[in-house]
Design a protein around this ligand. Structure first.
Ligand SMILES: NC(=O)C1=CN([C@@H]2O[C@H](COP(=O)(O)OP(=O)(O)OC[C@H]3O[C@@H](n4cnc5c(N)ncnc54)[C@H](OP(=O)(O)O)[C@@H]3O)[C@@H](O)[C@H]2O)C=CC1
Ligand SMILES: O=C1O[C@H](COP(=O)(O)O)[C@@H](O)[C@H](O)[C@H]1O
Length: 527
């Protein structure tokens, strides 16, 4: 098995990962006190193993961690659990194709794949009866005994790749039948997927139910946007660079856009999506988490609690959303899906302006925009600066300075700026300072978000997971708007699939101050 750590083979990277790592600060108090184990027998239990997320994200992430040596074959065992009655081999066959993608068919890869698949065992059982969980516990315990694990020292990681409706019963079963037996260095951790509730009350109810069963330190509410490379880079860029410190405020920044666009619709997930809509699916969680990292104050340290304290403060400073600063859309053809109601009022597109009432951001609109079935696929943060006062070059119309963080695809950070047009003429032109990852970090593979986040759960690092009070503050912002949409008081505008979304969204952007740069487009550089 390849023990190579990704990133170390880059020709442009001279420093080792460990030399530069600031990970050590990012751990819970228990870890600091040396009470929590990072080695020893590890059981990873994927509940909902028969499902979409498990095959597309969870198992591939585990495989990549295995290939890189983060999950050691002499320590780890992986259990799939779901109601579907299939054998170990049938589960392995279902996921095999997703583990091979993009990796080529080298002999080494095939060997790793076979070794990994042999670590997986499947157990069929229901989500609310003791039989299945007693059997699951027996299988885990047998594995721990086979590794000569001392009672209480083993690590058990339960990943709930399941609809949230079954979280309470599954968590009760885990608590009752499947916990690591004592705290002799071992642990039990629970990873829960979004959506965490549908509004403030349901989220709080879910949190209370889970909170009765597990400590906050045992719960990992995953938001996979927090595992994306450039999202993880935000705090570094903001707080490790002198450039940004004096500029990052209402005196210099005119508006901030956080944008998610997909060029496909809700195909295959219409039933789920129609109950949630784009605000619950993307904006209330992924984009709001990004907003927190863009807008928060500098944390006292990189300890998870310090970071999450600052995120909560930003969320609590967001003013109630004004409905005239919201545009909703639904793409034509969305309701043709047989799993979507014919009279569905669910938005597949939304632009929502948030206003942060604090000293740094008063008056700066944060425009959150997300849509399905649009003309492109990308996610980015666009920080637009104010015009230069006393413009002697008369170049204002060419465009404002912008700092753009392209989260995906083609990860990059670039600064749009005005320069002299090369040549004999004394005229100006829009250009950019460009840090494109593909070019700058050739040979470095950027890990998948899920890969990173699962590794964090094994290591006990909660920095990139959502804390209970954060979740509450996030729902507080969106619940009134969501209830108005659910009640049909706000209606989505129709838009063409493959378009930019409703034209009214661009009008809203212009109204709140965004100035589009005409005649300039950033093209990701190629090698
Ligand atoms: N798929 C994705 O791309 C993403 C999913 N998520 C979240 O991850 C979680 C899992 O998503 P996904 O894998 O798509 O979901 P699935 O609908 O595929 O469900 C996963 C498994 O749960 C079981 N299941 C499904 N519906 C029910 C039900 N009503 N009651 C009990 N069990 C049920 C099924 O297993 P069985 O019948 O065998 O027991 C199914 O294989 C969800 O919370 C989702 O919101 C988050 C981000 C992206
Ligand atoms: O959580 C979700 O995210 C995906 C988009 O994830 P990305 O990493 O590809 O940007 C989205 O398609 C899905 O609707 C949503 O549930």
């Amino acid at each position: 098995m390849s023990m190579e750590l990704r990133g170390l083979n880059s020709s442009s990277s001279n420093n080792s990962l460990e030399e530069n790592s600031f990970r050590s600060e990012s751990f819970s108090e228990d870890r600091d006190q040396g009470a929590i184990s990072e080695t020893g027998c590890l059981s990873i239990i994927v509940l909902g193993a028969s499902g979409d997320l498990a095959k597309k994200k969870t198992f591939p992430a585990l495989f990549n961690l295995f290939r890189q040596g983060f999950l050691r074959p002499n320590e780890v065992h992986i259990f799939g659990y779901a109601r579907t009655k299939i054998s170990d081999d049938e589960l392995r066959e279902r996921i095999r194709g997703f583990l091979s993608q993009g990796k080529g068919a080298s002999a080494e890869h095939t060997e790793d794949l076979l070794m990994f698949l042999q670590l997986i065992k499947y157990i069929s059982g229901s989500y609310d009866s003791e039989d299945g969980f007693l059997l699951l516990n027996k299988e885990i315990s047998d594995h721990e005994s086979s590794k000569n694990s001392q009672p209480g020292t083993a690590r058990r990681l339960f990943y709930l790749a399941l609809p949230p409706s079954v979280y309470p019963s599954v968590c009760k079963m885990i608590r009752r039948y499947c916990m690591n037996q004592s705290d002799l260095g071992g642990w039990t951790r629970i990873v829960v997927e979004k959506p965490f509730g549908k509004d403030l009350d349901s989220a709080e109810e879910l949190s209370a139910q889970l909170g009765e069963l597990f400590d906050e330190q045992q719960l990992y509410r995953i938001d996979h946007y927090l595992g994306k490379e450039l999202v993880q880079n935000l705090l570094v860029v903001r707080f490790a660079n002198r450039f940004f410190v004096p500029l990052w405020n209402r005196d210099n920044i005119d508006n901030v856009q956080i944008v998610f666009r997909e060029d496909f619709g809700t195909e295959g997930r219409g039933g789920y999506f129609d109950q949630y809509g784009i605000i619950r699916d993307i904006i209330q969680n992924h984009l709001l988490q990004v907003l927190c990292l863009v807008a928060m104050e500098k944390p006292v340290s990189l300890k998870p609690e310090h970071i999450r304290d600052e995120k909560v403060k930003v969320l609590q400073s967001v003013l109630p959303i004004k409905y005239e600063e919201v545009v909703l859309g639904q793409y034509e053809g969305y309701r043709d899906d047989p799993t979507v109601s014919d009279s569905s009022n669910t938005p597949t597109f939304a632009t929502v302006v948030l206003r942060i009432h604090n000293e740094r951001w008063e008056g700066v609109p944060f425009i959150l925009k997300a849509g399905k079935a649009l003309n492109s696929r990308k996610a980015e943060i666009r920080v637009q600066f104010k015009d230069v006062p006393g413009d002697i070059f008369k170049c204002k119309k060419q465009g404002r300075n912008e700092f753009v963080i392209r989260l995906q695809p083609s990860e990059a950070m670039y600064m749009k700026l005005t320069v002299k047009k090369p040549g004999l003429d004394m005229s100006t032109i829009q250009s950019e300072l460009d840090l494109s990852y593909g070019l700058r970090y050739q040979g470095v593979t950027i890990p998948e978000a899920y890969e990173r986040l699962i590794l964090d759960t094994v290591r006990g690092d909660q920095q990139h997971f959502v804390r209970r009070d954060e979740l509450k503050a996030a729902w507080e912002i969106f619940t009134p708007l969501l209830h108005s949409i659910d009640a049909g008081e706000l209606k989505p505008l129709s838009y063409q699939p493959g378009s930019r979304g409703p034209a009214e969204a661009d009008e809203l952007l212009a109204r709140v101050g965004y100035v589009q740069t005409h005649g300039y487009i950033w093209i990701p550089p190629t090698l």
